[in-house]
Design a protein around this ligand. Structure first.
Ligand SMILES: O=C(O)CCC(=O)C(=O)O
Length: 286
């Protein structure tokens, strides 16, 4: 039985984005939150990014204003490697069932991360498309952003430019450097035509990997934490090194891997893996 209604699926293909509620159970949410709280506590012992990913880069990223008194843990790379709670949601949730409705039946895991904006923190995300960070042989690739908290305009909801998944793949290079963000002229155009992706905790925002998106700082007293999973059709093959590597990369989540590669024509510039813990440092350099 389908998880998405026909209207929800139609909205996704028309705008590049749809939010659905109850994508994880309250028990799953509580387990994910408990593990994240533990990582926040651990972050109080560090003044700079810490921990290690499988390729040797740092795993936990903190904002420049991070301190023991005012923790600002903004990224955990590959939480499924650290926590059964996150691995369980990736494998056993309506979030993943909904992705299979859109690009299945055969789907596989690419990578995951937690992006958090703790209360009154400065972290922002500049306009970009995920596909130009993680190109695949075809664009049946969805970024699923699961809300661990209620997401509102005030705590830094995702902003999406509806229909931009049908537009060009925009450059993330400016002045000779890979900045991880589109040019200012494109960003201004997207800002004029923005839809906020809001909803109660447990909702998931399913986003086409070509849709342009960004998000503002959290100016509220309430956290905005997202468990973000990139999931592709099983016949979409990654074309560039993993910016967030994972021992779970390639895990078949629904259906099976039939050993096929499907390609579509497109042209874009090659992405760059960030030297540090996350793309926040690439975007900050712009
Ligand atoms: O955390 C956010 O607000 C945006 C996440 C995002 O754009 C991404 O991870 O590609």
């Amino acid at each position: 039985m389908a998880t998405l209604t026909r209207q929800q699926a139609a909205r996704f293909w028309a705008t590049g984005c749809v939010v659905i509620e109850d994508a994880a159970t309250s028990l799953q949410l509580a387990s994910m939150r408990a593990d994240f709280e533990g990582w926040i506590e651990e972050s109080r012992n560090h003044s700079v990014p810490f921990g290690e990913q499988m390729d040797g880069r740092t795993r936990f990223d903190v904002d420049p204003d991070h301190s023991a008194e005012h923790p600002s843990l903004r990224r955990v790379a590959s939480p499924t490697e650290l926590s059964d709670a996150y691995l369980d949601v990736l494998q056993n949730s309506r979030m993943t069932d909904a992705v299979a409705d859109l690009i299945g039946p055969d789907i596989k895991f690419h990578h995951s991360k937690i992006n958090s904006k703790l209360p009154n923190t400065a972290t922002t995300v500049k306009w970009h498309q995920d596909f130009t960070f993680d190109p695949h042989s075809n664009d049946d690739l969805i970024t699923a952003l699961l809300f661990l908290d209620d997401v509102t305009e005030e705590n830094g909801a995702l902003k999406v430019a509806p229909g931009s998944h049908r537009g060009p793949l925009l450059s993330l290079r400016h002045g000779g450097a890979f900045t991880g963000a589109v040019a200012e002229a494109h960003a201004q155009g997207f800002e004029r035509d923005t839809e906020m992706q809001k909803g109660p905790a447990g909702s998931v925002c399913l986003m086409h990997s070509r849709v342009a998106h960004a998000s503002s700082a959290n100016r509220s007293g309430r956290a905005r934490t997202l468990f973000i999973c990139a999931i592709s059709a099983a016949d979409a093959v990654p074309l560039s090194p993993y910016a967030v590597p994972s021992v779970h990369a390639g895990l078949v989540l629904r259906g099976e891997d039939r050993g096929k590669i499907r390609s579509i024509p497109f042209e874009m510039e090659t992405p760059e893996v960030p030297a540090g813990a996350s793309f926040f440092t690439q975007q900050a350099a712009m």
